[in-house]
Design a binder for this molecule. Structure first.
Ligand code: NAD
Length: 254
């Protein structure tokens, strides 16, 4: 028996990183998964490696028509979605005065509008089914600010906020909505931001209470639990998975 037996899930940004780890774990736990992403090659490879339980769909989460196509595809392949994981996201560093408006809006469109459109799209069929679980991937930047991340932080706070509203509206209809707030997780996003795949990330790990960076699989377990019926009384919650990084109000020194 898998934790997600019989469930159908859409996971965005699942061609690599945390989304890919969630897709692998979901299938291992019995779910059928639509992998949505812009990266067709790794997305298709991952879906192929997962066999009949997965399908890849090219989609830009900031486009409403792409959401409709993804929804149609998942219904056709596996049936109506029981689970949505809004995981796709982008990160842009810039000092506040230097952040071009276009870049700011791109981050808003992918992270914030993408999450809104995802919830809007699946809500209709989840309401019809009378159940569902939506997991929105925010960040520790949805709990506190980080210099040079104005746009990213704004969108991750927005995701945390819209999660609460959706939980309030959809709770009486049997749908749970929660946000996950990962700390620093070793993925291409972080490696690219740090300056490349060979950069030593261990100094950052020393400032984390659990003394290590997170792995994609650490977050996949949290997402899987929120997607499963094991978390049946959890909604509107914000779950930090950050090795304790946000447990302090000050710079962690020991
Ligand atoms: P990643 O860059 O490895 O994966 C992000 C995926 O999203 C990629 O496959 C990318 O192609 C996809 N994507 C980007 N824009 C898209 C769009 N418009 N439409 C569809 N797909 C799109 O990064 P990751 O670390 O796996 O990030 C996953 C999520 O976790 C993101 O929302 C990110 O903000 C969040 N997060 C990451 C960290 C971290 O330290 N890595 C920490 C906190 C939160």
């Amino acid at each position: 028996m898998g934790e997600l037996d019989g469930k159908v899930a859409i996971i965005t940004g699942a061609a690599r990183g945390q989304g890919a780890a969630a897709a692998r774990l979901f299938v291992a736990e019995g779910a059928k998964v639509l992998i949505g992403d812009l990266l067709d090659e790794p997305g298709t490879e991952l879906a192929t490696s997962l066999g009949d339980a997965a399908v890849y769909q090219h989609m830009d989460v900031s486009k409403e028509e792409d959401w409709q196509a993804a929804h149609d595809q998942v219904v056709q392949s596996f049936g109506p979605p029981d689970v949505l994981v809004n995981n796709a996201g982008i990160l842009r560093f810039a000092a506040l005065p230097d952040m071009p408006l276009e870049e700011y809006l791109r981050v808003v469109n992918v992270n914030q509008v993408g999450t809104f459109l995802g919830m809007k799209t699946v809500a209709k069929s989840m309401i019809a089914a009378g159940h569902g679980s939506i997991v929105n991937i925010s960040s520790v930047e949805g709990l506190a600010g980080m210099p040079y991340l104005t746009a990213y932080t704004a969108t991750k706070f927005a995701i945390r906020g819209m999660t609460k509203v959706a939980a309030l509206e959809l709770g009486p209809l049997g749908i749970r909505v929660n946000s996950v707030h990962p700390g620093m997780i070793v993925t291409d996003m972080v490696k690219d931001a740090a300056g490349g795949h060979d950069v030593d990330l261990s100094p950052a790990a020393k400032r984390i209470p659990l003394r290590r960076m997170g792995e994609s699989e650490d977050i996949a377990e949290v997402v899987m639990w929120l997607a499963s019926d094991r978390s049946s009384y959890v909604t509107g919650a914000e779950l930090a998975a950050d090795g304790g990084a946000t447990a302090t109000h000050a710079f962690y020194m020991t």
